[in-house]
Design a protein around this ligand. Structure first.
Ligand code: B12
Length: 474
């Protein structure tokens, strides 16, 4: 069959990310014998026109839509991406009556609300390769596909989701990126090449959707296969590799084994991962990462206050956060510290505690990122807390357009002001405002042109100081 897959993501902040999932699904469909075209909208100034042109030229038997983001998770400069997607779907309908199947990380987060809002009948939830190929098989045979595991749909307005059959171990698949994407455009904007070393998440953070997307059971990739994949990327000239696991260092043994395999294979890549948990953060791990060729890591600590860490059910304490900072300081590996302010239990006192930690403990050569307010997703414990506290009143089906939590013990404008003040005083600090800078995409390009390589946050201090010297509000 003639299959079109459209990767709909156009978010360029903090940098464009490669639609690896869409590529994997495209390649699986091709392996199943179909003729597949992947249309990536990332760099298109007029996506509607692009899609229209494509549909006028070719008749497709099935169309897949890859949807990564619902919104930008940002309370202060909220962007809701599905409005444009709805327009795109309306246009597709005008030019094609091929079955339209949606998939992507966003679809696992709120499948029912998305189907209703977008006026679609089917979505794949979770890993898409196998279900999409089975759907294509059924379409070809003229049979319905609403019973396939991993498929969710609306039948006469009633939502039904078939549990997926999860793969037991993750086999590291590397799509041939250069075949599907304009890799040059991605690379020149500081994009990294993603590799997953595992699926699944066993943490119980109150706000998070990771367990919903990938399940609670770890499905680990063979460390040697990860090293092999990284080596293959370097052979094709791709050196900036990012591990995109939910949490890279849990289980710790697996992260160590991955580093070990990479060290043994002697791969000259620049690795990074911004999803490290302080509970499993050890000298041994950082040493292994340094030896493996890591050039940057991120610690998602969220807070340095026990009340808040407990309220978020992070499973670690402020003492663990302080311990992590001692470890970071004992090594040379650059680190970005990621904070999430405003969660359950947050007060002015706890905010100041976290900001004090950041000012005292984070090296000026490292970076800190402050997020304000937490996106509330339906079905999470945060939703229950928000309803109990009267912070949230919209029904669960109406949470697609972003709703945010800020602890009732805190005035959001006080919080914003405090963060703004600390960011303006500490040149290695960033906030959500930084991600909304209209010239961030340009900075990515200029940085790359000047020879800087990802992660760009390593240069936060220098970039912000330079911009200030030019009279810009950075
Ligand atoms: C790593 C990661 C990042 C990294 C990306 C690094 C990189 N180089 O890629 C960073 C930190 C930069 C990042 C940034 C953001 N992220 Co992020 N990120 C993730 C994370 C943890 C993994 C994504 C990933 O790479 N998965 C691996 C690939 C292979 O899987 P996949 O794309 O999902 O594809 C599979 C399926 O979805 C499906 N599939 C995909 N396409 C299709 C198409 C069809 C037709 C079918 C049938 C199936 C299908 O099959 C694929 C293969 O099995 C997810 C959470 C998660 N566990 O998914 C959040 C997640 C995707 N991010 C999210 C968000 C919001 C963002 C940001 C907007 C946040 C921000 N302000 O920074 C930005 C946006 C960046 C951008 N330009 O788009 C949300 C998106 C949903 C939402 N709430 O809107 C998620 C789901 C987390 C969450 N909060 O719930 N992110």
């Amino acid at each position: 069959m003639n299959v079109l897959i459209i990767s709909t993501n156009q978010a360029a902040s903090p940098m464009p990310v490669l639609p690896s999932g869409a590529c994997l699904v495209a390649e699986a469909a091709e392996r199943a014998g179909h003729t597949v075209t992947l249309l990536d909208l990332m760099f298109s100034a007029d996506p509607l026109r692009l899609v229209k042109g494509r549909l006028r030229k070719t008749a497709y038997d099935a169309i897949g839509l890859s949807v990564r983001n619902i919104d930008n998770n940002d309370m202060t400069g909220t962007q809701f991406f599905l409005r444009e997607l709805r327009e795109l779907i309306a246009l597709i309908r005008d030019f094609s009556d091929a079955p339209l199947i949606m998939g992507g990380a966003a679809c696992a987060v709120m499948p029912q609300a998305m189907l209703r809002y977008l006026g679609l009948s089917y979505t794949v939830i979770g890993e898409g390769e196998a279900p999409f190929c089975r759907i294509l098989q059924r379409i070809e045979a003229g049979k319905p596909f609403d019973d396939i595991p991993g498929v969710a749909g609306l039948t006469q307005g009633i939502f039904r989701a078939n549990p997926a059959v999860p793969v037991k171990a993750l086999s590291v698949q590397l799509p041939s990126y250069s075949k599907w994407l304009n890799l040059r455009s991605y690379r020149s904007r500081m994009a990294t090449i993603p590799i997953q070393t595992k699926l699944g998440c066993q943490f119980g953070c109150v706000y998070c959707t990771y367990r919903k997307i990938e399940g609670e059971t770890y499905r680990l990739a063979e460390p040697e296969a990860v090293a092999e994949a990284a080596r293959a990327l370097t052979f094709s000239g791709l050196f900036d590799i990012e591990f995109v696991d939910n949490v890279f260092n849990a289980p710790l043994d697996h992260a160590l084994a991955v580093c070990d395999s990479v060290i043994r294979a002697g791969i000259g890549a620049r690795f990074q991962s911004v999803e490290l948990n302080p509970s499993f953060f050890t000298h041994e791990l950082v040493t292994a990462m340094e030896r493996a060729g890591f050039v940057g890591i991120g610690l998602t600590v969220e807070s340095a206050s026990d009340e808040v860490l407990q309220g978020l059910r992070k499973g670690f304490t402020a003492a663990d956060v302080h311990r992590a900072s001692t470890i970071v300081r004992a090594h040379r590996l650059p680190c970005v510290w990621i904070f999430l302010l405003g969660g359950p239990g947050e007060t002015e006192k706890t905010v100041l505690e976290t900001l004090r930690f950041a000012e005292r403990e984070i090296r000026p050569g490292d970076a800190a990122f402050f997020n304000i307010g937490i996106r509330i997703y339906p079905g999470t414990e945060l939703e229950t807390i928000a309803r109990q506290q009267g912070v949230l009143s919209v029904p669960p089906g109406y949470m697609l357009e972003p709703v945010f939590y800020v602890s009732p013990g805190l005035d959001p404008s006080w919080l914003r002001e405090r963060v703004r003040d600390r960011v303006s005083r500490n040149m290695h600090f960033m906030s959500v405002d930084t991600f909304n800078l209209p010239y961030l995409p340009l900075i990515n390009r200029i940085g790359y042109g000047l020879g800087l390589r990802a992660p760009l946050w390593r240069y936060t201090r220098r970039i912000r100081s330079g911009l200030r010297m030019l009279g810009m509000n950075a």
